[in-house]
Design a protein around this ligand. Structure first.
Ligand code: GEK
Ligand code: PPY
Length: 245
């Protein structure tokens, strides 16, 4: 039986001390609601991942969803593969996420095999890949490990393969940062989050979600070997990059 997703009220009550944000069972239970109400453009990005999968998946290759959570990107990739012999490898290091993702993915039939694994994405080999998706997860990886991971992805991609990387970003210019961060908080208020919920979640993400700027991302992609790389979608401080090998 597929469990229904619940409304996110995790930070609705006042807490004396706010612990570091974790992808545990309580977050898993509310995750679809949480991400939808917190990330502007999330649905549009999933649609774009489907379109790019249609364009760039190559026959007899692997597609990766690194930091898959409940498998939302995996599902849209799986629906859009139109070539033979593909396999999707979906990785998350939260056991609670992977268990629930199994239920979601088995709820729909598909001929494309999905290999769901509970593992650290920095330790998973990437090989014979046509499409690699990292949808809002590089931001949770130790900044010192990011360059190496993106390099390994470049090396594991076939010529003509793509990396789709979505991230919360910040801005070098403090006035721009303040303006755009305020727009994000306004988006959350409009989606029913209270001031208390917004500020407590913000504290819990400190030192957990460590964002880069657009320039840092593009430099990392270029240094890894990608000569074609650009933002293809942005809503406030949430951006998605496309890098083509
Ligand atoms: N080292 C790691 N290795 C593997 N997974 C990790 C690691 N660190 C964190 N995670 C996992 O990365 C996911 C990030 S959520 C991705 C949304 C999804 N992509 C979506 O399209 O719905 C984004 C967000 O919550 O902002 C969580 O499930 C973590 O357990
Ligand atoms: O909620 C936020 O402020 C975010 O930055 C996005 C987010 C969404 C889901 C889990 C963690 C962070």
């Amino acid at each position: 039986m597929l469990k229904n997703s619940q409304k996110d009220t995790i930070y609705a009550q006042a807490h004396e001390a706010i612990g570091a944000f974790q992808f545990d069972e309580s977050v898993v239970a509310v995750f679809p609601d949480m991400i939808q109400r917190s990330v502007p453009g999330y649905q549009t990005i999933l649609t774009g991942i489907g379109e790019l999968t249609k364009q760039y998946s190559q026959a007899n290759t692997k597609l990766y969803d690194l930091g898959c959570s409940l498998g939302a990107a995996t599902l849209t990739m799986r629906r859009n593969i139109q070539v033979e012999g593909c396999e999707i490898i979906s990785i998350d290091n939260s056991k609670a996420m992977i268990q629930r993702a199994e239920e979601y993915l088995h709820a729909y039939h598909s001929d494309v095999p999905v290999n769901l694994k509970c593992a650290d994405m920095t330790e998973v080999p990437i090989e014979n890949a046509s499409v690699v998706v990292i949808n809002f997860t590089l931001q949770f990886i130790d900044p010192e490990q990011r360059d190496e991971l993106v390099k390994r992805i470049y090396q594991g991609l076939k010529p003509g393969g793509v990396l789709i990387l979505s991230e919360k970003i910040h801005f070098e210019d403090q006035a721009i940062q303040t303006a755009i961060e305020n727009m994000h908080w306004q988006f959350k208020r409009a989606n029913g989050y209270s001031e208390l919920e917004i500020s407590q979640k913000r504290s819990s993400l400190e030192n957990v979600l460590i964002s880069d700027t657009e320039a840092q991302h593009l430099k990392r992609l270029n240094n890894a070997g990608f000569t074609s790389a650009s933002i293809w979608f942005q809503a406030y401080n949430f951006a998605s990059f496309l890098a083509i090998k």
